[in-house]
Write a protein that binds this ligand. Structure first.
Ligand code: GAL
Ligand code: CA
Length: 341
């Protein structure tokens, strides 16, 4: 009798083990469903292309959809991925403060969720054991872009055009509420102060990461304060820096005449920004590493979908607090920009 009971117990254990084995996925069997907040974004297009390239190497399936900057649409897209049996979802949220329901959908379906580029609030990150965030520390990029301006002012005596010992600057901010907009603004200002400069902000506005909006805003600032008063332009990303440069160029600035030059810095190190640096139109930028952020997103998603522990061994990336992959930023100057082209 005892033997028989042991037999059944063993059979039950084996049945569970077999069921488990049947569900355990190989890397090339994983289906990843990904949503990007909008395809029409220069930096996120870089991340997206690197996600595809990484999945091509792994051999699994990756579907990517355009959330067209609409959160309700993105919510439906996540539902659709779950309904078709995706093993994991990667989400670049439209609104990072609306990550909770997305996490809850994944949790209810029992699949992992990897957020990228727009950081969910800590409470959301703590409320599920299969949630990760892959991005970069916004503070770091803010500090580095402020330091580019500090270095320029220290090297160029004429940079302080009105000789008042202060940096008169314009700030072009990214989307309202985005951690990269808030922290890059704050930390670039802090870096200039820490560099020993007094500051005077001549203008600050959001241009939503967008080049055309930045050109408009910059033209407005130029007519409001006068171009000769502006000593620096800091933009939260390269598209906005390039937009500001368009406005400067329409006034004959940043086109080669050293008497008509205003240092402009951005963040991302996109191809057009590096190009502008090579032509002397833009002072510098900060590498927002699309290659590693894209690669990490897919590595984490696949490891999690396979039921592996997500760590350096299984993904190639350091995982902080079991949940965060922080890809470092790098300062891009006239000395090293060619490395990034
Ligand atoms: C930032 C990037 C911006 C924009 C934004 C989208 O990290 O610097 O250019 O792509 O993400 O969320
Ligand atoms: Ca000054």
């Amino acid at each position: 009798m005892l033997k028989l009971r042991k037999f059944f117990a063993l059979a039950a254990v084996l049945a569970v083990a077999f069921a488990g084995a049947a569900f355990a996925l190989e890397a090339d069997e994983v289906l990843v469903g990904a949503c990007i907040y909008k395809f029409d974004d220069t930096f996120m297009t870089g991340v997206r292309n690197n996600m595809k390239a990484e999945m091509d190497k792994i051999g699994g399936e990756l579907e990517i959809t355009d959330s067209q900057n609409r959160q309700p649409l993105q919510n439906d897209q996540v539902d659709a991925y779950i309904a078709k049996g995706a093993n994991v979802v990667i989400v670049n949220p439209v609104d990072r403060t609306a990550a909770l329901p997305l996490m809850e959908k994944a949790k209810a379906a029992g699949i992992p969720i990897v957020f990228i580029n727009r950081e969910p609030e800590a409470e959301v990150m703590q409320a599920y054991d299969k949630i990760w965030y892959d991005g970069a520390k916004a503070e770091e990029s803010g500090t580095q872009s402020g330091e580019l301006i500090v270095d320029y002012f220290k090297k160029n005596a004429g940079a302080d055009k009105n000789k008042d010992g202060k940096i008169q600057y314009i700030m072009l901010r990214g989307e309202q509420g985005h951690q990269d907009a808030v922290l890059r603004t704050e930390y670039s200002v802090k870096a200039m102060k820490d560099g020993g400069f007094e500051l005077e902000e001549l203008g600050s506005d959001t241009a939503n990461w967008d080049k055309v909006q930045a050109t408009d805003k910059m033209k407005g600032f130029i007519s409001a304060v006068g171009i000769e008063r502006i000593e620096a332009v800091l933009a939260n990303n390269d598209d906005m820096a390039l937009g500001a440069i368009e406005a400067l160029k329409s006034e004959g600035y940043n086109m080669g005449d050293p008497a008509k030059y205003i240092p402009v810095v951005g963040v991302d190190a996109t191809a057009p920004a590096l190009e502008a640096m090579s032509k002397g139109e833009m002072l510098g930028t900060v590498l927002n590493d699309a290659a590693n952020q894209g690669k990490a997103a897919v590595q984490v998603a696949v490891a999690a979908a396979m039921g592996k522990e997500v760590n350096k061994e299984t993904t190639g990336y350091e995982v902080t607090d079991g949940k965060y992959i922080w890809v470092p930023y790098r300062k891009v100057t006239s000395e090293n920009y060619k490395e990034f082209m």
